[in-house]
Design a protein around this ligand. Structure first.
Ligand SMILES: [Zn+2]
Length: 125
């Protein structure tokens, strides 16, 4: 993975079609995915995604900064380097966050660690 790519922001909306293909596998659709500019009322300034479990909505930041990406990666400190390497490229990183959100909707009682674990597993599909 080239260093310069990691230092650049990710235009998440460019992956919208691929993201919809992923969520459709879990019986969700385009209407469930909503891009936002940010989460201004959040305590976590690096938040890149959020779900509304009741409405089955997945909110995703349209643009992910290198700082937000670094924070998201840091939050995965319990995972091994071989797992973290799987999300080095932009699309895999976005897909991992998306899968994490999907499992929050499908399995409401899972905590974030379990969601991340499941998302790493599902990445290969
Ligand atoms: Zn979570």
């Amino acid at each position: 993975m080239a260093e310069e790519a990691k230092d650049a922001s990710i235009d998440v909306s460019a992956y919208a079609d691929d993201m919809i293909k992923v969520i459709e596998r879990y019986e969700l659709g385009a209407g469930n995915l909503i891009f936002v500019d940010g989460f201004p009322n959040e305590a976590n300034p690096f938040r890149i995604g959020k779900v509304s479990k009741l409405e089955k909505k997945l909110y995703f930041k349209r643009n992910i900064t290198p700082e937000e990406r670094a924070a998201a990666r840091k939050a995965l400190y319990r995972f091994e380097e071989k797992d973290l390497r799987k999300i080095d490229d932009d699309w895999s990183f976005v897909k991992h966050v998306l899968l994490h959100q999907i499992v929050h909707i499908l399995a409401r009682n899972k905590d974030c660690y379990d969601c991340d674990k499941w998302a790493f597993y599902e990445l290969k599909f």
